[in-house]
Design a protein around this ligand. Structure first.
Ligand SMILES: CC(=O)/C=C/C=C(C)/C=C/C1=C(C)CCCC1(C)C
Ligand SMILES: CC(/C=C/C=O)=C\C=C\C=O
Ligand SMILES: [Fe+2]
Length: 549
């Protein structure tokens, strides 16, 4: 951590005489605390006060919603004042990752997914809440800070080349992965052995962090020789395994791999060859059942030419190939054998929600059901996530493309086709749908409830939290005017027997530079507690739960 990072941390965000924003800061910032404690005037609201660090680190544009504005400083930690009641059984840390810094010096990034990773924590214990955030110290982030420019290839950004030879040199480094980003800004997972890893789509962007201090501890090095440069951003992680997909861009297909807790070695379960296409489909995520891995082959495919381009294309590193069709493959986890490979209607999804095995009366598995947040086979969502679009909402235009819970049925009787339907009427959740979670105890099993972000229209981005009842086919929605909530994350009550017995955690970014942590009851979906942050945090993507033993 450089001195710049710490210098501005507490200038205006101190726990003293703070008008009830938050209760205390952790050690390390004492020097300024003493200086400020003597200031007689009441603390001004943080959102209208430019901090020292703001001038150098978090440049701000007051017209932007907090959700799409770079995080205001490198790190912060402190206790929050809680309104309502945090259940005493809730003991542990919710971690959330996401792209939170979208500029370097005067250069503004273009896409939501380009931002340098901001890790947020909410630690719950004894009904109290300690919050914190910190930048992940990827090589890409450190190099950008040091050199005051982008130095690695990000989701849509590439370094600016001084001349043609520099461009050629960078392309050469692309093949070894050296020029790819390690900006681990997508998710965070707790491995079965306790290590906590932040992830993105590049394999080198797997970084181990300390869940208490949020410090970046180093790269998670995969010790196997499986190679490849990219993987799914969403491995399936349980206490006993880590499963992921490695797309093969040379011989279009996917390796399905498994890693045991306590090791860094992924082992090959099997390989799926693509049915068609010039390249594999994008696999941001994939679902599993108790015995099978479902490998999606989406018509939105990786594109070698787009990988080489200096300027982003409308679909970034991808290309839409409807003629290449869409497929789902089902691989047996134990044997690596492919038990089904079906053509399905065209689809677009970032996030699978869950999958399970459908049985007949004799207990024979007849089909796999796989649910996802499906964008009606419309690629425009990728463009909608450009920062310019996210920042230019006037409050009136209804421009969020429709989405639904897409439910695939994959027959296991050898039929060549699978089905894709809406699992519930999309109007139930305002026809907006993404960023989902379930009770992890139901992973791969028949389940009833999912939590996601939905839409209260008009809107340009999901602006509700929604609880989906996939049996009754209804949704219950939470909305706060102007709020942008992040992925609702379900934590089960220890000893619970009902699927929805627990709490749902979300971080809310508000319009006026503020924000709060929110706790909803998993069953009633009513608010049980909220805690205002000293200043709002940018939108974030995915989280995990680190229980306190
Ligand atoms: C934040 C999020 O959801 C997705 C991030 C995706 C990234 C960073 C993808 C990066 C890539 C490259 C830098 C080159 C190779 C292709 C691809 C994996 C898209
Ligand atoms: C935030 C998002 C889509 C929202 C649209 O409704 C997708 C995020 C993908 C990466 O994790
Ligand atoms: Fe994701």
């Amino acid at each position: 951590m450089d001195s710049l990072s710490l210098s501005g941390v507490c200038r205006h965000h101190f726990p003293v005489k703070n008008g009830g924003f938050f209760l205390g800061n952790k050690a390390g910032f004492t020097r300024r605390r003493v200086a400020i404690a003597g200031v007689a005037s009441p603390l001004r609201r943080p959102e209208i006060v430019p901090s020292l660090e703001e001038e150098t680190f978090g440049r701000r544009d007051r017209n932007h919603h907090t959700a799409w504005t770079s995080v205001r400083q490198e790190r912060w930690e402190g206790e929050l004042v809680v309104q309502g009641e945090i259940p005493l059984w809730l003991k542990g840390t919710y971690l959330r990752n996401g792209p939170g810094l979208w500029h370097i010096e005067d250069y503004n990034f273009r896409h939501l997914f380009d931002g340098y990773a901001t890790l947020v924590k909410l630690h719950f214990e004894n009904g109290q809440l300690i919050a914190g955030h910190r930048q992940i110290e990827s090589e890409a982030y450190k190099a950008a800070r040091k050199n005051k420019r982008i130095c690695f290839r990000e989701f849509s950004e590439v370094p600016k080349y001084k001349n043609f030879m520099a461009y050629v040199g960078d392309i050469a480094k692309l093949f070894s992965g050296a020029s790819l980003t390690d900006n681990a800004n997508t998710g965070v997972v707790k491995l079965g052995d306790g290590r906590v890893v932040c992830l993105t789509e590049t394999q080198k962007g797997s970084l181990v962090i300390d869940p208490d201090s949020l410090e970046t501890l180093g790269r998670f090095e995969y010790s196997d020789g499986l190679g490849g440069l990219i993987h799914s951003a969403h491995p399936i992680v349980t206490d006993t395994e880590f499963l992921t997909l490695l797309p093969d861009l040379v011989n279009p297909g996917y390796l399905v791999v498994r890693m045991e807790p306590g090791t860094n070695e992924r082992k090959l379960i099997g390989r799926v060859n693509c049915r068609t296409g010039p390249a594999p489909g994008w696999v941001h995520s994939f679902p599993v059942t108790e015995h099978y891995v479902v490998v999606p082959e989406m018509p939105l495919r990786y594109c070698a030419q787009n990988l080489l381009r200096a300027e982003p294309t409308p679909l970034y590193k991808f290309e839409w190939h409807p003629e290449s069709k869409a497929f789902l493959h089902v691989m047996c986890k134990a044997s690596g054998k492919i038990v089904a490979s079906v053509e399905v209607p065209l689809f677009i999804t970032f996030h699978f929600i869950n999958a399970y095995e459908e049985e007949d009366e004799d207990g024979r598995v007849t089909a796999i059901i796989a649910d996802c947040c499906e964008h009606n086979a419309d690629t425009t969502i990728l463009d909608r996530l450009r920062l310019q679009n996210l920042r230019s909402f006037n409050g009136e235009d209804d421009i969020l493309p429709d989405a639904r819970v897409g439910r695939f049925t994959i027959p296991l009787d050898g039929s060549p086709y699978g089905k894709l339907e809406s699992a519930l009427e999309p109007n139930e959740h305002g026809k907006g749908m993404d960023m989902c979670s379930i009770n992890p105890a139901n992973l791969g099993k028949k389940y009833r409830y999912a939590y996601a972000c939905g839409a209260k229209r008009p809107c340009h981005f999901p602006n509700t939290l929604t609880k989906l009842d996939l049996v009754k086919k209804v949704a219950k929605n939470w909305h706060d005017e102007g709020a942008v909530p992040s992925e609702p994350f379900f934590v089960a009550r220890p000893g619970a027997t009902e699927e929805d017995d627990g709490v749902v955690i979300s971080l809310i970014s508000e319009r006026n530079g503020s924000g709060y942590a929110l706790l909803l009851d998993g069953s009633t979906f009513e608010e049980i507690a909220r805690a205002k942050l000293p200043y709002g945090l940018p939108y974030g993507l995915h989280g995990c739960w680190v229980p306190k033993e």
